[in-house]
Design a protein around this ligand. Sequence first.
Ligand SMILES: *Cc1c(COP(=O)(O)O)cnc(C)c1O
Length: 343
Amino acid sequence: MTVDLDALVANWRALDAASSPETETGAVIKANGYGLGVQPVARALARAGVRRFFVAVAEEGAAVREAVGPNVEINVFSGHMRGDTDMIGDLNLIPMLNSVDQMLRHVEALPGHPLGIQLDTGMNRLGMEPEEWMAVRETALDLSPNLIMSHLACADEPDHPMNIRQLRQFKAMTSGLGGVPLSLAATGGILLGPEYHFDVTRPGVGLFGGLPFADAEPVVRLDLPVIQIRELEAGETVGYGNTWTAPDRTVIATVAAGYADGIHRLMGPRTSLYAGDTPCPVRGRISMDLIGVDITHLTEEPQGLTLLGPQQTVDVIAENAQTIGYEVLTSLGGRMSRRYKGA
Ligand SMILES: *Cc1c(COP(=O)(O)O)cnc(C)c1O
């Protein structure tokens, strides 16, 4: 796997440019930087000027702190969980508190320590609901939250009526708060337009080259080494279950990757790997560690074949596997070696 840190930085700059001029553009690098390796990703973004990172859980925040040092804010979406107090305190993480229980836990365990607040504007996933929030609003404001945020459920569908409903709810819940910075938009929300930007945006997937940021530069390249090449007669089969039978003489390359590397079995029948610009279809079932690929039409034996790159984005293979780019990215590469380019 090759991770193009220059493309990552270019995507952050593009989303920063798409955000309103007075808006700060953060970066969401949860799930090991969407599967690409959180520390090199965090360092490249910090060098490019990112001052506010977001992660899902405190352990991820610890890895980011180790990578980038003390001068950036690290916000934790899961808030202040039982058992996280030392990590939050020692590493100066900022929990995005999502309930009154968490608020109490935080002020008792770490009085004076910075905090943020997460509001639920209709997604019913994380954050304080309107009634709960109205009841503790004044107390919460006395704690000087460094950010108040909510999250959009349907931002990848610009015409979805949920977007405007959540925007109105967020405005109602945060009206009259004075100068507390507000945040509503992830990648999709940035693309919805300036009304959604508020003070801080939180792009994730767009940084890594995924939809809904259609203009993103590809960040991940996946070149799979060819282990063996063989010729089949008409009528021979490839892989488990004999699901593919050669109609004619066929040349099959066996490449070293499989579903244990996050290459979902479901994508097999619809997916090609590439020799340069030439597509080479997958034949037979994807196994745990191996994939059979049809290279009958190539004039030279390839050393490797490309699954992800300029020829084919994460969203193309996600579609082939009936999933989304996010899942493809975060599934890739438990055992793959990663090479970082640029930045
Ligand atoms: C994952 C996440 C983001 C980033 O979303 P993308 O769609 O990847 O840009 C932002 N905010 C919250 C709360 C998230 O969970």
